[in-house]
Design a protein around this ligand. Structure first.
Ligand code: SF4
Ligand code: SF4
Length: 161
């Protein structure tokens, strides 16, 4: 059965929207939290096309796992040079440490996907699966200074044991 967003507005906080200069991790000024977009008919293209992984039915999830209910927005997104990654965007502080996020993170790593955690207070952390060897971070991220902590395999999986 096809899923829809319903009253969820979680990605209106977690994600940045370039077209309206909205930063990630802050509520959009147009968002009626828990209701919907205040400019729905005129919302930016980035908002129109975005679909979180819950809408695709991530990992046996059910209605109780809708992003606003678990405080995490999961997203499938490729990272240049290293392929498919599962991103977990934190809606409320601490949600990245939940049992569910840990379970989904571990499972994706064992499937060979990279896992990115986007924390509200501690930046980005990229966990690498076994298939990734050395990582040329300047090639992948454009800037060696970019604040992304990289956790290599097998420490990555151990973090979620
Ligand atoms: S997080 Fe997912 S379910 Fe929630 S509003 Fe965004 S796309 Fe819809
Ligand atoms: S413009 Fe609308 S859909 Fe886009 S982030 Fe803001 S409230 Fe959400």
């Amino acid at each position: 059965m096809e899923r829809n967003c319903g009253e969820c507005t979680a990605c209106c906080k977690t994600h940045g929207v370039l077209e309206i200069l909205k930063m990630s991790g802050k509520w959009c000024i147009y968002c009626n939290v828990g209701q919907g977009c205040g400019i729905y008919a005129k919302r930016p293209r980035e908002c129109r096309v975005f679909k979180c992984a819950w809408l695709f039915g991530i990992d046996g999830s059910g209605p109780q796992h809708r992003p606003d209910k678990i405080n995490i927005v999961p997203e499938y997104r490729k990272i240049s040079g290293i392929g498919m990654a599962m991103w977990f965007w934190e809606l409320e502080e601490g949600a990245l440490r939940s049992d569910l996020t840990r379970k989904w993170s571990r499972r994706n790593l064992l499937l060979g996907n990279c896992v990115m955690h986007v924390s509200l207070d501690a930046g980005h952390k990229l966990y690498l699966p076994e298939r990734i060897g050395d990582l040329d971070r300047s090639y992948v991220f454009g800037s060696p200074e970019e604040e992304i902590e990289i956790v290599p395999f097998p420490e990555s999986v151990s973090c979620f044991a």
